[in-house]
Design a protein. Sequence first.
Length: 334
Amino acid sequence: MSLFKKLFGSKPKQKEDIKPKKVYEEDKEFVLEFEDAFKRYNGQKGKDISVDLEFKDKEGEVIPISYAFEEFYEEWKTIHSIWDRRSVLFKAMDSFYYKNLSLGQKLDRYTYDRYPQRALELDPNVFKSDEVKKIDFMIGIARAFFFLSNYGASLRFSTRALQIDSENKDAKIILADTLHMTNEHEKAHEIYHEILEKSLKEWEEDDVNLFDILCYQNDILHSSVYAVGLLSDDEVSDEMWNKVAEEFYHCAYFRTRHAFKMIEKGQHFEGLGKIIVVTEEFPFYEEALINAKDIIHQFREQTDNPDFLEEKLEEIEEKLEQINQVNSEKKDDE
């Protein structure tokens, strides 16, 4: 071998190209909302419940949640209201987790997303499975019926759930809410008092405020009906009403009462706007429809404008007519 080859030999080995590791920036607000929505989606309650979510790209690298659900994240960024953002997050989760939900969790997924009717329109075959014998199904179906104002059915299923587990808090709350809405106020408030007393004994903080009691995550007394009672105090601020409203946007009763409170405080146009939205999102909720119709007529008289919201009024009257027709048919079947 020549001296030249000894010194220089073959071509020097090229260094392998090392791809720089991707650097991601996570949107912390998105993470917090995603984790909160994830708990609601799965029915996980309790202030000490933590969520450990990890997502990886095709190369096996861990990526932030906003990159794992990039399309939904981009939509989420454009939405103002927490409840509409939460709805987008539920859709994102469906692609990963829906098939693993129990039947009761599927019912709640739609009820908490403001679609209780859709909860009852799941594939009929799922209602033929053994899951219908489980307590989470009884609770889920009772809750869906409650938010559809079918209090007879919600009473029946919440009672069945309590026959399986007499101490189940969710079943007790649905039962109490149903009793309250059917004018059994004394019985309802006995149950509320019992739940509140027991839950506060388990509360580890020194103080507890109104929102602490009502919010989903704390699992003290998450009841839209009880919430209306607490918020009706004249000392309660608009800020507290709005904060609690984020917890109960799936409840037509709560939102209608919130609209009444706004009108009572002189926020007439805001209150009317809120109750009209309720009639659009919950076309079956008769109380909102009747009151929206009355309020529109009052506005017409006060503003001397006989055509005020004419198109919206026609829509409301059509929905009321449909409800009356259904009620009439039920009476004929009895």
